[in-house]
Design a protein around this ligand. Structure first.
Ligand SMILES: C[S@@+](CC[C@H](N)C(=O)[O-])C[C@H]1O[C@@H](n2cnc3c(N)ncnc32)[C@H](O)[C@@H]1O
Length: 183
C-alpha cells in the first residue's frame, strides 16, 4: 500500500487544517512558504489549495523528495534534516508549515528554535502535534520552553488527524517574536 493511499484511507486531515490556519493569518497569497518534512506533498498540495503559490518543500528522505517532485507542487525542493544542529538555508520565509512532522519519532522540538533562522521577523510557524506527542511530558515541556522565549501563540486548535484510526491532533499557529535590542 502506498504512503499516500494509506493516509487517504484514514482521512488524513492535519495538512488541510494547517493550510486553513495559515490562510487565516497570512493574507498575502504571494508570500514565501516552506513546508518542512513535506513528504510526498500532501501538505504542500493543501497549501496551494487555499491560494498560495510560492511554496518550497524540504524533507530528509530522498525518496519522499522524489515523489513530491513528480507532483509539481513546490517551486523548490531540498534536503533538510530537521534534527541536524544548524539549518543552512540562505532564505527567510514568511511562514513555515510542519504538518505531521514534529513528534518523538520524527523532528525534535529543537526544530522550532532552529527554524527561527529561516523565518522573517514576525514570521509564522504552523505545526501539528498528534495525541501521542502530547502525551509525552518531556517532549511537550521542551516545546513550550522554546515557544515561551521565541514565539507568541496566535492559535491552538484540536481536531481530526487520522479519523480512520481515531487519532487527533493540535494545530498551533505561532509568530516569531522580534528580538529585543539590549542597550
Ligand atoms: C507523517 S509524514 C508528513 C509529510 C507531510 N508533511 C504530510 O503532511 O503529508 C513525516 C515526514 O517527515 C519526514 N521526516 C521525518 N523525520 C525528519 C527529519 N528529522 N528531518 C526532515 N524530515 C523528516 C519523513 O521523511 C516524512 O516525509
Amino acid at each position: 500500500m502506498s504512503y499516500d493511499y494509506e493516509l487517504k484511507l484514514n482521512n488524513y486531515s492535519t495538512p488541510q487544517r494547517c493550510a486553513k490556519a495559515l490562510r487565516k493569518y497570512l493574507k498575502n497569497t504571494n508570500s514565501y512558504i516552506l513546508d518542512i518534512g513535506c513528504g510526498t506533498g500532501l501538505s504542500g498540495q493543501e497549501i496551494l489549495n487555499v491560494g498560495f503559490n510560492n511554496v518550497d518543500g524540504s524533507d530528509f528522505s530522498e525518496n519522499m523528495l522524489h515523489e513530491a517532485k513528480k507532483k509539481n507542487i513546490y517551486k523548490k525542493l531540498f534536503n533538510l534534516d530537521l534534527n541536524r544542529k544548524y539549518y543552512r538555508v540562505n532564505f527567510r520565509y514568511e511562514a513555515i508549515v510542519a504538518a505531521g512532522i514534529i513528534s518523538p519519532h520524527h523532528a525534535n522540538p529543537s526544530c522550532l528554535e532552529k527554524c527561527l533562522n529561516i523565518l522573517l521577523d514576525s514570521g509564522l510557524l504552523i505545526f501539528s502535534l498528534n495525541d501521542h506527542a502530547v502525551e509525552d511530558k518531556s517532549f511537550m515541556d521542551e516545546i513550550f520552553r522554546i515557544i515561551d522565549t521565541n514565539y507568541e501563540i496566535l492559535e491552538k486548535n484540536y481536531g481530526e488527524h487520522l479519523p480512520g484510526i481515531q487519532l487527533k491532533s493540535y494545530i498551533y499557529v505561532i509568530k516569531k517574536l522580534k528580538k529585543k535590542i539590549k542597550c
